[in-house]
Design a protein around this ligand. Structure first.
Ligand code: NAD
Length: 353
């Protein structure tokens, strides 16, 4: 039976391949722009500068101050730099932090964005922006946030350190996982997410052996695209809520936190969703989606314990309290006992029962 669905359409143009960075100037021109402000983190500034050089007359400058969690102060400095440079679009080269800065500028100025993702975090295809002000992270969705163009260049991911490769991939898988049971899922997100599971399953072991494996890198980046598209089209639930709580209130690192939580949030919801998580169980084995993901993460060398990310056992009660404070939609009811148990398992790094 075909389930009734709404497909929201796709407004982001995607260019995927090896060496596609060279196409960024044409993409900027295609949008009708002549002054791109190139954004990056301080670590990726040399690449951003090289891209600005390649843009030539179409570059308005480089702003290399992007940082984790998109602090509003950084955005304000970047907006001032955008205006001072006379820029008419942004090109964001980097991971989710840099994409976040581009989105924050777009929200304030209406500028067009060309995003060149270099991790698998999956921010580039979404209309979601998380920002921090006064130590609090808030997330919003707005059509103005969604980038106009995404240029995926597999070659740029060859330098992604193995640790971030693994945790970033699990971050992406978390989007697909929640997409499988999202009430607003559609056949495109389902098909791409299924494809993404298989591509990540095959790519990660190959990358552990050789992080420079171009074909495995292509598979992983293709998978990241599918997961990002899913995140950009459907609503998220428990997993993303918990990751937000642990990142926002306890300062835990983004990709690692997603990686540790994923098997446990999956296992929590699995009994409540019928066979909707079957594509994950079928892909990763071990008889259930939660256990399959835990074994996959372990084999890939991902962190397994919240204890190793800086959380203390004393934090678990407060995390439970924050995570259960405001009700939100989730396939399985969120209970205090359920959350406390889930967090303890993730704290200890046990395989979900
Ligand atoms: P990141 O962007 O913070 O990058 C981590 C570090 O890796 C940085 O120093 C970066 O310069 C470096 N790096 C990135 N790519 C590299 C490469 N190819 N080679 C070498 N170094 C590289 O990390 P992230 O995990 O990509 O992004 C996390 C942020 O993204 C969080 O703030 C999160 O909230 C946000 N995010 C947002 C969405 C959304 O839809 N709004 C989705 C996912 C993630």
């Amino acid at each position: 039976m075909i389930r009734p669905f709404v497909f929201p359409g796709m407004t982001t143009r995607v260019v995927f391949g090896h060496g596609t960075l060279a196409q960024v100037p044409d993409e900027v021109a295609r949008l009708g722009h002549s002054g791109a402000l190139v954004l990056s983190t301080p670590q990726q500034e040399p690449q951003a500068q090289a891209l600005a050089d390649a843009l030539g007359d179409r570059a308005a400058g480089v702003f290399a101050g992007a940082t984790m969690h998109t602090p509003v102060e950084v955005t304000e400095t970047a907006v001032a730099a955008y205006a001072a440079a006379g820029a008419d679009c942004v090109v964001s080269l980097g991971g989710g932090s840099t994409t976040g800065l581009g989105k924050a500028i777009a929200l304030r100025t209406g500028t067009d964005q060309v995003v060149v993702p270099t991790t698998y975090a999956g921010s580039e295809m979404t209309d979601i922006l998380g920002e921090t002000a006064g130590g609090e992270k808030t997330t919003r969705r707005d059509p103005a946030i969604r980038p106009e163009v995404v240029v995926y260049d597999v070659d740029l991911t060859l330098t992604l350190p193995l640790g971030l490769t693994v945790t970033s991939a699990l971050n992406a898988i978390a989007h697909a996982m929640e997409g499988f049971y999202a009430p607003d899922r559609n056949p495109v997100t389902e098909a791409l997410s299924r494809d993404a599971m298989v591509a990540f399953r095959d790519a990660l072991p190959a990358l552990a052996l050789n992080p420079q494996d171009r074909e495995a890198r292509a598979k992983a980046l293709y998978a990241a695209w599918g997961c990002s598209l899913t995140l950009g089209q459907v609503s998220m639930a428990l997993h993303h809520k918990l990751a937000h709580v642990l990142g926002g209130s306890f300062g835990l690192p983004h990709a690692e936190t997603h990686a540790v939580l994923l098997p446990h949030t999956t296992a929590y919801n699995e009994p409540a969703v019928g066979d909707l998580l079957r594509p994950i169980a079928d892909t990763f084995g071990h008889g259930s989606a939660g256990r399959g993901l835990w074994h996959f993460a372990k084999a890939a060398g991902a962190p397994l314990r919240l204890a190793d990310l800086g959380l203390t056992e004393a934090d678990l009660d407060r995390a439970t309290e924050i995570a259960t404070r405001n009700p939100y939609a989730n396939p399985r009811p969120i209970t205090r006992d359920g959350m406390r148990h889930l967090l303890q398992q993730a704290f200890d790094g046990q395989c979900p029962a």
